[in-house]
Design a protein around this ligand. Structure first.
Ligand code: TXA
Ligand code: MG
Length: 338
């Protein structure tokens, strides 16, 4: 028998959160990627509260969230045909379109750029909230700038309790990594940030895409302003270790002479083969989606004082693995090839 599971969402919570947003307050809410910290995208003073609460640099533009294509059309001056195809295939969902802005959103949403990032999240709570407010909601991830993005309401609470008007708790998010950001202002779309929709999926729908060269070459200035900052950083220094479980164990043993307590993040298979002071098994090697979903919670689990160094396994850079490795490389300070 197929047993049904109902997620009960407090309707009153959605209405109160929507009222606060319409009133110019900042409220956190779940999306299918990570929790967002929302504010009225048409109000400069409301949007300023997001930057204030997160401690976010002002030159890093925000994504405007809408419920429907009609609402998206009201924020941009043109939608090229390939974007129509992408919208049909992937929206609502974890894909953000960078398009020419028509200036309807406040200037601090776009950090003064002539383009705007727009996304239609698919999470039922974000959909209900956006429909209830009926205004575009600017929302970065609901974490203190530089920390791992929040995938549960508890993570948001840890970072922003006392600094924002409310948090809608919708349980753990599904994808666990942010949306894919795709620049749609030129003839060929360019992936600025790998995320929930993979390059393979995009190519299936529109053929040729490009990837921002800055994603491969760390010397180049990325086109998405937010990609240049150190991000997703755990409390404790982290090294990425490329190699087999045996090679990872060699590094653990060697570094135990330099660091008191070592934490390890790895696939279930590797985790079962190595010993360290604290182990987090992220999911089966075969299931990169599970590893993605558990990544940010794992990064937040290692605490300063308990652990002195985190060693993390690397993953294949295909499919969602590209987004996983993009975040891990930004979170880590050292890349070890054994
Ligand atoms: O999944 C997500 O995208 C989450 C949820 C809450 O929707 N939001 C999120 O927002 O990750 P944030 O602010 O943490 O990341 C937005 C990224 C940044 O790298 C920013 O620089 C880029 O999108 N971005 C936003 N507007 C842009 C624009 N007009 N041109 C280029 N990049 C832009
Ligand atoms: Mg973020």
């Amino acid at each position: 028998m197929q047993t049904k599971l109902w997620k009960v969402i407090e309707q009153q919570g959605i209405q109160e959160a929507a009222a606060l947003l319409k009133n110019g307050e900042a409220v956190a809410f779940p999306t299918e990627t990570v929790y967002g910290l929302g504010a009225d995208a048409t109000s400069e003073t409301a949007v300023a509260k997001i930057f204030q609460a997160k401690g976010r640099p002002a030159d890093n533009p925000l994504i405007a969230h809408v419920a429907t294509k009609e609402q998206l059309e009201k924020l941009v001056s043109a939608i090229p045909p390939f974007v129509d195809k992408l919208i049909n295939a992937f929206s609502p969902g974890p894909l953000t379109y960078v398009l020419p802005s028509n200036g309807r959103c406040a200037e601090n949403v776009t950090a003064g750029l002539s383009t705007i990032g727009v996304r239609m999240p698919s999470h039922p709570v974000s959909q209900m909230l956006l429909r209830e407010c009926d205004i575009p909601i600017a929302a970065p991830s609901a974490n203190i700038s530089g920390k791992p993005s929040p995938t549960t309401a508890e993570h948001v609470w840890q970072d922003l309790n006392g600094k924002i008007a409310g948090v809608l708790d919708g349980g753990p998010t599904g994808v666990g990594l942010e949306s894919t950001v795709i620049d749609c202002t030129g003839e060929i779309p360019i992936v600025l940030r790998p995320g929930g929709i993979t390059s393979e999926q995009l190519e299936q729908v529109i053929g040729r895409i490009m990837v921002d060269p800055a994603l491969a070459n760390t010397d180049r200035r990325p086109k998405a302003p937010g990609m240049k900052y150190r991000h997703y950083a755990p409390e404790v220094p982290m090294w990425l270790v490329e190699g087999s479980a045996k090679e990872l164990q060699t590094v653990i043993t060697r570094e135990q002479k330099n660091y008191d307590r070592i934490g390890v993040m790895a696939s279930n298979e590797t985790a079962s083969l190595v010993t360290a002071d604290q182990m987090i098994a992220l999911g089966a090697k075969e299931s990169l989606a599970e590893i993605a979903a558990n990544l940010y919670d794992a990064l937040r689990t290692f605490k300063e004082g308990d652990i002195d160094l985190i060693l993390c396994e690397t993953f294949p850079e295909a499919g969602i693995g590209r987004a996983i490795m993009n975040r891990l490389k930004k979170a880590a300070s050292v890349y070890v090839q054994e």
